[in-house]
Design a protein around this ligand. Structure first.
Ligand SMILES: Nc1ncnc2c1ncn2[C@@H]1O[C@H](COP(=O)(O)OP(=O)(O)OP(=O)(O)O)[C@@H](O)[C@H]1O
Ligand SMILES: [Mg+2]
Length: 281
């Protein structure tokens, strides 16, 4: 952990849709921001399958750890403050090294029951602010905290959105691309209304298309007109290397001989990550 310079910047990666590139973006923004000199913590709330830890090749180690309590699900419980006080190194024990710069609090199988646990909390503000309380009270020494969320609205994703008060949303071009963005906007408005908070659509990032094609420019223009403040400066092109690197347990940044498309995707993540910091500070 490095030294903290004021309140850390937080961002949540969310869209109410699966498989759009949220986890990939969280991982690549994390490494890009580390490269740009920030101390980065990644948090995986996106489900027990541990996708974010898998992206860094450490999920087998995380799963094999016999010391897996407390874990990320524990910090949402009523008993957490007492646990944090009694268990030696309770917070440090949650944090792993990705091997590519950022630290990570990985997912855990107990995330499975977390939505129900949160659903049993009567007071809405309390129900949605547990992650915020954890970050405020127990996590120190990071410049940036990036939260990877499930591809659905739930008490868990609301906690991530509440803690960050902003959303970074990748959108996939396809037949429903306009719907994705419109739905996101109405989701965020609903959450703001229910929770009485302001949520910024910090970045809408077009993922998985070739920006140099006519279709790529078309999407960028359409979304840019609709979301002038949120549109990401760079599109992330579709790159088989992303998938391959992920299967290998690393990001594109760790490739020794990145292909031309990988290089373009890396540059896009760098540009967007730097822009995100600008927008959030
Ligand atoms: N730009 C890209 N080019 C090629 N493949 C990509 C790109 N971005 C993401 N992918 C691939 O698409 C799949 C889905 O990506 P990812 O897991 O990041 O999405 P997600 O939104 O987190 O999904 P979920 O909602 O299931 O958590 C992965 O196999 C990933 O490797
Ligand atoms: Mg994911």
């Amino acid at each position: 952990m490095g030294t903290s310079r004021g309140d850390p910047v937080r961002a949540s990666f969310f869209l109410d849709k699966g498989g759009v590139g949220k986890t990939t973006a969280a991982a690549h923004f994390g490494v890009a921001l580390h490269e740009q000199g920030h101390d980065v913590l990644l948090i995986d709330l996106a489900g027990k399958q541990g996708d974010l830890a898998k992206h860094f090749g450490i999920w087998p180690d995380v799963q094999a750890a016999d010391d897996d309590w407390p874990n990320i699900a524990t910090v949402f419980q009523d008993q957490w403050p007492a646990i944090a006080e009694k268990v030696p190194n309770a917070v440090e024990g949650l944090i792993w090294d990705t091997g590519e710069g950022p630290d990570i609090i990985p997912a855990h199988r107990e995330l499975d029951g977390l939505d129900d646990l949160l659903g049993n909390i009567d007071d809405a503000a309390d129900r949605y602010s547990r992650l915020d309380a954890f970050l405020n009270g127990y996590v120190d020494g990071y410049d940036v905290v990036l939260i990877d969320l499930p591809g659905s609205t739930s008490n868990v994703s609301y906690n991530g959105i509440w803690a960050a008060q902003n959303v970074v949303a990748p959108v996939l071009p396809g037949s429903f691309e306009e719907d994705q963005a419109a739905e996101l906007r109405s989701d965020l408005e609903r959450i703001e209304k229910n929770q009485g908070i302001t949520i910024e659509l910090a970045m809408l990032m077009i993922n998985g298309i070739d920006a140099q094609t006519k279709a790529g420019r078309h999407f960028q223009e359409e979304f840019g007109a609709e979301y002038p403040d949120a549109i990401a400066p760079a599109q992330v092109c579709s790159s088989q290397d992303i998938r391959n690197a992920q299967l290998d347990g690393r990001t594109l940044f760790a490739l020794e001989e990145p292909s031309a498309t990988a290089e373009r995707a890396i540059e896009a993540y760098r540009t967007n990550a730097a822009e995100l910091m600008e927008r959030l500070t």
